[in-house]
Ligand binder design. Sequence first.
Ligand code: FBP
Length: 409
Amino acid sequence: MQSPTTTIIITATIHNSNLTPNFPPKFPLNPLRLPQEFFNRRTTTSISMAAASSSSSSFSSSRFKVNSKMGNGDGFVTISEYAGKGGVDVGDDLVVLFSHLEYAFKRIAALVASPANSSLGRTSDAAQDIASDRDKPKPLDIVSNEIILSSLRNSGKVAVMASEEDDAPVWIADNAPFVVVTDPLDGSRNIDASIPTGTIFGIYNRLIELDSLPVEEKAMLNSLQSGSRLIAAGYVLYSSATIICTTFGSGSHAFTLDHSTGDFVLTHPNIKIPPRGQIYSVNDARYFDWPEGLRRYIDTIRQGKGKFPKKYSARYICSLVADLHRTLMYGGVAMNPRDHLRLVYEANPLSFVVEQAGGKGSDGKNRILSIQPVKLHQRLPLFLGSPDDIEELESYGDVQQTVNPGYDV
Ligand SMILES: O=P(O)(O)OC[C@H]1O[C@](O)(COP(=O)(O)O)[C@@H](O)[C@@H]1O
């Protein structure tokens, strides 16, 4: 289905005396395997990162630098190296958990890219018979959920996992330090068209003050922590490249899967979302179900009559992680104005990443990370993006879609 990052290795002998003496290149044309000089030029630039902002964090990572000394001296920095003692030092427990998560993400990347699994993207006949709801979990969602659960169990570091695919949180181990919330495979209904999909995850400390409660109760309360208590979060984009974009509370950083080594290597350190973009991302077939304020906002920026005096362009993949990743790179606003996306599994982790990149996450009125979840599968409108764009959008007041008739596609 989806193709993994492609490594082109030029092996042909070129018989053309007009070509420069340096051609053909003696190295594989893999962007993650550029010649040492090239990578050194980029990595010798030290990158300062702001102090961790979450007071509940179990580690402290005041100011730190990423430079060419980090890693194995080959110019590559893996997530473990970045997060480990030579890097930001988030603590051994979190480094171990991440290495197990990475394994799960690689398995899901292989799964969504495998021709053998194309039928898993469809809702099973049995499921179709009992429900017309388009939210019905598909086999790929379920398999991805099991992959993540198995990695979390094997890590020994997770007390409870709450997943969009499960009705209730799964208690895993009594004394393990972390709580993981996840949407294992978002956008899976796009899979038959090879459109990018994603995993979303958030990590909290286990609340030890709840340890004496019955299992079901402590599982639920640990999972309902406010987004402001996240100690790490991120998303994985399964697209032309497989990318983990993550934050430990001190900037957002993206690591790209190098298929030649199986490592996720740091390719986008300290991402900064542009303060304003020129792209809006929304399913605007819903225009006539929108409230007046949102219609006016979109009409205004389309015509270049907003605070930014240029006409905006529209982009909408209908795959949240992909729409957000583009927004982080280019700026603008990605939104779903109806109460469709989940606070615990989607809005909170993604807002943490966006805020750490200098952007904003809002429900149209309030900062997402300050909303206390009251239900595990709570849904809400979600607006993520450049700070100036989100502020302008919020200034229209009436931007949350309350009409939600349910949509077939
Ligand atoms: O139908 P809408 O409102 O455009 O929703 C699209 C959004 O739904 C999602 O597919 C998630 O919904 P599901 O949980 O039903 O898969 C996102 O990836 C996407 O951004």
